[in-house]
Design a binder for this molecule. Structure first.
Ligand code: SF4
Length: 209
């Protein structure tokens, strides 16, 4: 089993391969040689090199929003899709405007599109956020398919819920980058709960039975 998250050697970072642990994935060189070939496929090569160049160009200077725009511009993308959570409608509108100002065509689709009540998909009425009231289901498959229909070159995920985001990635034809990871408790900064895992979030991070 691979346990990179608990490895303190990090030979992959330093290049000191003679120090790699016994269960290091790098023990299998053939695997990495094969993987390297993938990057040379036409659909991957420019995309990968451009994203790596963005890391260099914007390193500790550009916020992710700018990195996203710079990346899309360098890739020659014209039409950008935004799949957003209605709870972040205002933020989606800011991103839409900024990207339009940069010259992109922007297609945006809200998570509640379709206005299908949650119960219609088989969800329990007992678990509605406000039982007895109308609640539309989030519809990540529709978001992806609508952006597919619009033939977007590249899609942005802006604040979709855990799992809904996964379904959006699954159904999106265009590759997706995540601009905002939804976290209602931390102001959409999920890393805050990790940084404070031993302090303020000590009890809130654990799963309660
Ligand atoms: S790839 Fe190898 S050296 Fe790098 S973190 Fe994983 S186990 Fe450690």
């Amino acid at each position: 089993m691979f346990t990179c998250a608990s490895c303190n050697i990090l030979a992959c970072r330093t290049g000191e391969l003679e120090k790699m642990p016994k269960n290091c994935p790098m023990q299998d060189r053939e695997f990495f040689d094969k993987v390297l070939e993938e990057y040379f496929k036409p659909e991957n090569h420019d995309f990968y090199l451009t994203s790596t160049a963005i890391e260099y160009l914007g390193y500790c200077k550009w916020p992710r929003l700018r990195e996203t725009a710079e990346f899309a511009r360098r890739m020659g993308y014209k039409r950008i899709g935004i799949a957003f959570c209605v709870g972040l409608h205002k933020e989606a509108s800011v991103v839409e405007k900024l990207l339009r100002k940069q010259g992109f065509e922007v297609v945006s689709v809200a998570c509640k599109t379709g206005a299908i009540p949650k119960v219609e998909v088989g969800y329990s009425p007992d678990m509605l956020l406000r039982p007895g009231s109308y609640e539309s289901m989030c519809n990540p498959i529709a978001q992806a398919k609508l952006l597919n229909k619009a033939e977007t070159d590249f899609n942005i995920c802006l604040g979709l819920c855990v799992g809904h985001d996964s379904m959006f990635y699954k159904y999106s034809d265009a590759l997706v980058t995540t601009l905002v990871a939804k976290d209602r408790v931390t102001g959409h900064s999920p890393a805050a709960a990790i940084y404070c895992a031993d302090s303020y979030f000590k009890t809130r991070n654990v799963i309660e039975e």
